[in-house]
Design a protein around this ligand. Structure first.
Ligand SMILES: [Zn+2]
Length: 100
């Protein structure tokens, strides 16, 4: 069996939630409707809060990711909506306990 590092750095196991969280945070920032600190530290905190508050969506198949089944697409879309709704909440939480 591969070592822990080889196992998880192989790129075979992907948590699709990470990409969704990044994309939705980015989209929220681009809208510029809400003021909050966007330094790296705060954005890292916001992403951690988000990742802890929504389910992970792991995949070990490039084929599934490239040609998603109907079921997978529905699950992905639900996750995207959930993350979108959580973004302002995560920002509020981090704003309330600034580390700097
Ligand atoms: Zn900051």
């Amino acid at each position: 069996m591969l070592t822990f590092s080889e196992f998880f750095k192989s790129g075979e196991i992907v948590n699709l939630t990470e990409q969704v969280v990044y994309d939705e945070l980015r989209a929220f920032i681009d809208k510029q409707e809400y003021e909050f600190c966007q330094c790296d530290k705060c954005l890292f905190d916001i992403v951690c809060v988000l990742l802890n508050s929504v389910p992970s969506l792991y995949s070990s198949s490039v084929v599934d990711r490239t040609y998603p089944s109907e079921e997978f697409s529905v699950e992905y879309e639900q996750l995207r909506k959930l993350v979108k709704g959580e973004v302002p909440r995560a920002i509020e939480r981090v704003k309330g306990r600034l580390h700097h």
